[in-house]
Design a protein around this ligand. Sequence first.
Ligand code: HEC
Length: 245
Amino acid sequence: MSYRHILIFLVLIAMTGTTLAAGKGGGLDHADTNVHDRASLQRGAALFVNYCMGCHSAQYMRYQRLAEDLNLTEEQVEEFLVMGDREAADYMLTAMDASDAEAWFGVTPPDLTLTARSRGTDWIYTFLRSYYLTEDGWNNTVLENPAMPHVLWDLQGIQRPITETYTDDEGQSHTRVVSLELDEEGLMSARDFDRAMLDLTAFMEYVAEPAVLKRERLGIWVLLFLGLLTFLAYLLYKEYWKDVK
Ligand code: HEC
């Protein structure tokens, strides 16, 4: 392969990368999460345990690991995480029975351990903020007719859809939601609610890949080690060439 071939090959790889990324983002808000912000992860964990684990599990995550990774004190663990008869060594499982869940919602609420990877963080962040109320009940612009009710409505308030009517190629008219408007205030301001959903999304991102915290910490040592190695190699080089020159 010539250099030109290699170059073309690399450009092609870069292009497919960007088109894939663009395809994923369609109409979603960007979730500017920071998994290294422990306070954000702690707030997200508290929201997850209080508002989501009634139905969902994070079945590969233990409370103990969570407490260690998030630097939670014993009091915080008691307060936020380990409730009732759950133990620190337990996995984060919902108390809900799968067959009950199916009877109530028509589907079993999926395990959320890996959702940040399968759906992406932008999807989760936008989904959680896109519920709206109509005469037929809750709906969502990201996941149409979701089996999941708007469990955070007391925090967010009630959004109503702004719709428009359009005619398709066959002359049929349809309505679609163009935007959402806050109709009834919740306990949080819109800004605080967005912030809270960012924390929750960051938490789900961490749960999907807890090693990210350790790996990046390890990365610093690897770089320092390489730096030291370069310095030693330089000294050695000086030493060898001293006699030659
Ligand atoms: C009352 C039960 C219930 C609660 C509480 C609940 N969910 Fe759900 N959730 C569901 C059900 C049921 C589905 C399946 C929805 C569907 O497929 O239409 C779902 C689906 C989801 C999905 C989509 C997963 C996927 O890949 O399709 C996400 C993300 C999610 N829930 C996040 C959350 C978060 C975050 C919370 C806490 C704020 C939460 N849920 C609280 C019942 C619940």
